[in-house]
Each structure stands twice: as C-alpha cells, then as structure tokens.
Write a protein that binds this ligand. Structure first.
Ligand SMILES: [Zn+2]
Length: 242
C-alpha cells in the first residue's frame, strides 16, 4: 500500500524513448536550487530544456512531470555499465534540496519515505536491476555531485531499493579477500558500472570517480582516497553484483 501524494504538472521537456529501449535504470538527483517552486518552474520551462519524470518535495509531495513512457531530459552526458546517454533507458527523480551550492541540508524523513515509495512503484512497473538505481554523480562523476552524501542510500536499500554493502567496515578484510580477491581499484569501480579512466591516466580522474563512489556507498568519508573502509565496501559490493 502506498501513501504517495501524487500531483501532476506536465513539463513540455521530453521526447520519445528510442524504439525497443527497456526502462532499466532509476537516476536520483537533487534539484540544487533555492526552492522547490523554482526547481519546478525550471523543469517545466521550455527554454531550459531540462526535466525529470518526478520531483519529490521536502514534505513528501510527489509531482509527475513526464510520463515514464517518454524520455525526460535529466541525465545529460552520462555512462553506466557500458552504456551512454542514459535518458534513453532511465526514470529520473529530482529530490528537492538546495544542494552543495545553496546550502546542502539533510533530506527530511517524509521526503525520503516518499522517494522510497515512488521507487518501489517504479520497480514494480519495470525490470530494473537493483544495481541500476544510481545517483546522477555515479553516471556523471566529473560534472555532478547529486543527490550527494547526505542522501540515505543505506535506508533505501534496506527497503528494497538499490544495493548496499552489508559487510562490516573493519576486521574482515582477510576473510573478504579470501572470498573475493580484491580487484584493483580501477577494475572494481569499472565492474560496478563506473566509467574509469585507463591505467596511466591522471590520478585526479580516479579520485573523482572514488568520490562519486563514496558519496553513494561511503558517505562519511568523501575523500577521493582508496582507504581501507572504501576498499572493504568495494569488495562487499562486488560480491553482490559480480
Ligand atoms: Zn542531477
């Protein structure tokens, strides 16, 4: 049973999905604007040429802007698991929050609950693998930080949306290594789905992808460094998906 309050405000900013393209991803964003009303206006402004399928307000109200069957314009230049231009096959959800630029703040419980319910409904309609519920920062790490490290990915996963590394942070690296030998960090990030620069590229590029990984899976330490806790979580996630 869903407690979603769904309201409609149709955006003109969409077109047709490519024929035969399955809907098999959910991309979560924050709006990154000072108010939810300003974000709604922009996402419905034909001149802005951006949109999402849904917007979730801080009080949990959900706006539907674009039908799921159509392609909304939220992901931009993007990559996940070998594919690009992910507007074609994803459902985009904008979560109201001022973001890092305007005063990044905690997501209220009512808002998180609405995001969770909305995702569960979307998952019931489309064959979306758990590992394909991603952040905008996962699919565009050099450009985007949203929805960021304050978003409760762990809580979402506990309610059946997305994946989360279950293994404890410390003390089990040896056992983990035996069960799943540690991939080199680049290969591990690539196996999860991230676009990783080849060996020999700038270390800064790898650090950028590591920060995206940490915003999603190690939000207490967004350092860009492959520290012990980050490696443990990478290993635990690989065991879930590889
Ligand atoms: Zn975004």
């Amino acid at each position: 049973m869903s407690f979603l309050t769904l309201r409609e405000r149709l955006s003109p900013n969409f077109d047709a999905r490519p024929a035969g393209e399955p809907i098999d991803m959910i991309v979560l964003h924050y709006t990154g604007m000072q108010t939810g009303a300003a974000a709604l206006d922009r996402l419905c402004d034909p001149a802005a040429r951006v949109s999402s399928h849904y917007v979730v307000e801080e009080d949990g109200t959900v706006w539907r802007l674009v039908p799921e069957a159509a392609r909304a314009w939220h992901a931009g230049v993007s990559y996940w698991r070998g594919r690009r231009e992910l507007n074609a096959n994803s459902v985009g959800i904008e979560i109201v929050n001022p973001g890092h630029e305007w005063g990044y703040r905690d997501f209220p419980v009512m808002q998180l609950a609405a995001v969770c319910d909305l995702c569960l409904e979307i998952l019931s309609r489309h064959p979306i693998p758990a590992r394909n519920v991603v952040a905008h920062s996962d699919i565009a790490p050099t450009r985007k930080q949203d929805p960021g490290e304050k978003f409760d990915w762990e809580g979402l996963a506990r309610n059946g949306v997305g994946i989360w590394p279950d293994a404890p942070d410390r003390g089990t690296r040896g056992a983990l290594r035996e069960a799943a030998p540690l991939h080199p960090v680049r290969a591990a990030l690539g196996a999860l789905g991230y676009e990783v620069a080849p060996e020999g590229a700038m270390d800064a590029a790898l650090a950028t992808v590591l920060r995206a990984f940490q915003r999603h899976f190690r939000p207490d330490s967004v350092s860009g460094e492959a520290d012990e806790g980050t490696l443990s979580r990478l290993e635990a996630l690989l065991r879930l998906v590889v």
